[in-house]
Design a protein around this ligand. Sequence first.
Ligand SMILES: [Zn+2]
Length: 103
Amino acid sequence: MTQRHISHPEPLPDCAAGHSARHIHDLRSIAAGGGHFVECRCRATRKHADADTAIAEWKRVNRPPRAARKTEAPAEADNVVQLLMPLRDAGAAAAQRRAHGRR
Ligand SMILES: [Zn+2]
């Protein structure tokens, strides 16, 4: 077996389905299909040459759904409106300037 289980002082976060995760180091080279990856019963990251990259991918993929998401969504919608309004106003102002310039 070329795979080694690497234990962490700080345990890896569970997957989104709640399985405990393991950091595995496949001792073969990346070219031979080895590398660092994190897996649970239902999913695994890709293999990476760097352990930190594999763990970062695991955390990104299994980011827990945040309780605050419901309040975040309207805030994002507000941002879009705030971004679009000045653009539209600027366009109208420019059109007005062009119209006045012709006179
Ligand atoms: Zn899982």
